[in-house]
Design a protein around this ligand. Structure first.
Ligand code: SF4
Ligand code: F3S
Length: 419
């Protein structure tokens, strides 16, 4: 029997007999969150401030303060802003949030829910009054669609929208319909009337996997489907909830969105090249590379460049913010970065296990404005040259070429035009 994480005791009007299936003693954490959402609505919690909502939810003052400090750190702001964030969140009334899912795998929702308690994910669910979320809400069918309609009518220009998934445009958008309406129609109305929108995950940003060739449904990201929105793109596959929370905290504290790059991604999260933040960088600099899975270098944590790591051509803050409550990130766990937060990464960064120079579109990802397109390509080119140089050093040392790596062995030949 799973333990109950529902924080609706004392505020829910539901009784076990109302719905024994989800109000009984045994249910999954996800359903706990679902019933918690119902509880908030039925108990009119939408009018509570963030601080009041946190208190109702059993989140301690200490956890709240830690959360504010973490958010300021993620936003790359000086520590003196912590007090301002605390003050703002204590006073502000939680804005209404609508979460739309279109062509998606629900991975971004899952990323929000896979949490330890209390966590950033828990906090996010308390920062906002979540009025509509197909996966989480207990209501369904006409009842659910009526809730969405009510938000658009009663909170026009004030509510926030999080969009997960791509939007099909081929054949009039018929490849994704909800309640008889196309995703394109829903996004146009709901996002068009919002104060701001957050596109979470690769699919909502640039179409992601759904837009990858051959894209039979004509899928696009939100900004292409509905141009002109006040929008933040939080790419990644999935999004990192810590970054999404930081954007929301910035909005609630300062009344505006954080600084964005040319892809409308927040600079605090997408402004630095992963390669420059990587804990394996010293091995890269020393020319120590993993040559095959589970070799000695793999067990010693050497650089994964030759196993296809795209870190030199990708930007994201996952090396510092990490995943699973800050436990780890892909490269730390032993797998190369596949640049999941980069533009059109399914098409431009595959094959994922080939070193960068063999990847079609290498160097097309752009970083933050101040870094610029060319620098990224230069970083990638220098990376390739560095890896080649490392092999050459290895050749001289061992006095024989490494035939296991055809590309670098070719580079190492004396008559190779690239040397
Ligand atoms: Fe880290 Fe990948 Fe760069 Fe190696 S190539 S230092 S594993 S980001
Ligand atoms: Fe994605 Fe690469 Fe980070 S695959 S999670 S950007 S290490």
């Amino acid at each position: 029997m799973s333990s109950c994480r529902v924080r609706c005791d004392g505020i829910s009007k539901l009784q076990p007999d109302d719905n024994p299936e989800i109000c009984g003693a045994e249910f999954l954490p996800k359903k706990c969150v679902a019933i918690s959402l119902v509880a908030r609505k039925t108990a009119a919690m939408a009018e509570l401030s963030v601080a009041e909502a946190l208190a109702h939810s059993g989140i301690s003052r200490r956890d709240f303060l830690n959360f504010c400090g973490t958010m300021v750190a993620i936003l790359a702001m000086p520590p003196r802003y912590v007090a301002q964030v605390i003050s703002a969140l204590e006073k502000t009334t939680r804005p209404v949030l609508v979460w739309l899912e279109f062509q998606d795998c629900a991975g971004n929702t899952e990323s929000m829910l896979r949490s330890s308690h209390p966590s950033i994910e828990d906090m996010v669910l308390e920062l906002l009054s979540l009025e509509y979320h197909e996966t989480l809400m207990a209501g369904a069918g006409k009842q659910a669609e009526a809730a969405l309609k009510r938000v658009v009518e009663e909170h026009a220009g004030k509510y926030l929208v999080i969009v997960e998934g791509a939007i099909p445009t081929a054949d009039g958008g018929v490849y994704c319909t909800i309640g008889g309406r196309t995703a394109l129609d829903i996004a146009t109305e709901v996002c068009g009337n919002a104060a701001a929108c957050l596109a979470v995950g690769a699919c909502a940003w640039d179409g992601g996997l759904v837009k990858a060739g051959p894209n039979p449904t004509g899928a696009v990201g939100l900004q292409e489907a509905v141009p002109g929105l006040k929008l933040v793109n939080l790419g990644g596959c999935p999004h990192n909830v810590a970054n999404t929370a930081a954007v929301l905290v910035h909005y609630l504290t300062f009344g505006e969105l954080p600084a964005l790059d040319q892809f409308n991604r927040p600079l605090f999260a997408y402004g630095q090249i992963i390669h420059d933040q990587c804990e394996r960088r010293a091995h890269y600099d020393a020319g120590r590379f993993v040559e095959e899975w589970d070799d000695e270098g793999s067990r010693k944590g050497w650089c994964l460049y030759k196993m296809g790591c795209k870190g030199p051509d990708a930007t994201y803050n996952c090396p510092t913010v990490r995943w699973n409550g800050g436990t780890s990130w892909p490269v730390k766990s032993g797998h190369g970065c596949i640049a999941c937060a980069s533009n059109r990464f399914w098409d431009t960064m595959s094959p994922f296990y080939k070193p960068l120079p063999e990847v079609p579109g290498f160097g097309v990802d752009a970083t933050a404005e101040k870094i610029g397109w060319g620098v990224v390509g230069a970083v990638g080119a220098l990376t390739a040259a560095h890896a080649v140089g490392s092999v050459i050093r290895g050749v001289k040392k061992k006095d024989e070429p490494d035939e296991s790596d055809s590309a670098t062995a070719e580079e190492a030949k004396p008559d190779s035009p690239k040397t």
